[in-house]
Design a protein around this ligand. Sequence first.
Ligand code: ZN
Length: 487
Amino acid sequence: MSIKTNQSAAFVAALADEPHGSMNKLSSLASLLRAAAQVPTRIADIGARHPRTLTGVLVAGLMGFGVTAFGIAPLAPDASDLPRRLVTEIVTAENIPSQLETLASHPIELYRSDLTRNADTADSLLARLNVADAAAAAYLRSDKTARKLLEGRAGKMVRVRTSASGELEELVARYPAENPEQFGTHFSRLRVSRVDGALQAQIEVAELDSQVRLGSGTIRSSLFAATDESRIPDPIATQMADMFSTDIDFHRELRKGDTFTVIYEALTADGEPITWNQASGRVLAAEFVSNGRNYSAVWFKDSNGKGGYYGFDGESKRRAFLASPMEFSRVTSGFSMRFHPILQNWRAHLGVDYGAPTGTAVRTVGDGVVDFAGWQNGYGNVIQIRHSNDRTTLYGHLSRIEVRKGQHVEQGMRIGAVGATGWATGPHLHFEFRVKGQHQDPLAIAKTSEAIVLSAASRAQFATMAQSLRQQLQAAEAAPQGTAYVE
Ligand SMILES: [Zn+2]
């Protein structure tokens, strides 16, 4: 039998009670370090029938996690001036003896958490949660409200409380709101509880909260393997790949040993970071060190209220063209870009092929007008888009076309889906970029295309924000080791 909290990522510090925030939340970086004191605790193998053994195991558990080390990587561009160091905090839990006495002298209630799985039945889920209660399983199968636990998508966050003998006392499941418009703000809470000996079920819609979190990692195989290891949600990994997409080609240039640090908002349901991807918080700041080069960006809302990522120099990370016509995701990350299979050269092939499953979303890399949307020999279903300054892009072999000739499109908008129409040996996107009719390497174009620059009005505000962030980082660096940093 084991009990554990859900927060066990060694590199993630939670800052509780932060409202949905933006850049000003970064002013509390120091609090983030303090919040690191909220260490994950894992208490394993507690014999329910031997309350006294609990004492020893609990002490061992607390001691094991008493010291937590966080690698803090500087975010500032002149990071080479700042030494990397390890911040170590000694965390003391208060009143351990009295807590243990309380635990040992009371009937034990056990909590367990898990996620629902596709193949789950009421019995398999309860068995995994160590609930030995046939009546509860029958209730989950038959009650109209309780049945929702195993209906719809898997991945619901479930937490149960049982008596020492394994009887279900309470079950709480948290999952996405039913109304898609509430995905980013609310969640569903299904509660099954025992009232006067009988189980009752009810569903509430509750508000999501957010915490500011700090995560870091090192690339060993892929970006997603690294973010998984640091318990960083997929949408945060995707946002990071997107914000640095004109600095680093995540398909071709990511190297073993590259490192990243990210400060992001995590949406929480009753204090637990949500595990579903229908909603996610925003990356507030990140640094990526790739091949020895240091890239950083912060989220900033300009005076027109339009948010975006900017370097510390105030230059937007956004370019007139995206580096890739497909979002970097868990699906597309495993498929590398392919040049012509024989010539290995985009000039001869006149484009870049992105292998990806049929149906993967294709987006326009820049603002423009649809010049052609239909069938052409060889290309199959193909879309051609005209951009400013005599530039065009082409997207071939599509399974679906979702725009019409003459339609205005905005950068990042979905225009169709990957397929294998025309002369294609398998599902892939054939992508071309032409300037004045001449084929060009799309990545080179994206990297050198014009950046969006902050207005004069926003610049002063940005400078203040960036300056404050730098000071926070330097102050964190200067704090003596072994103590919690205090503002
Ligand atoms: Zn091709």
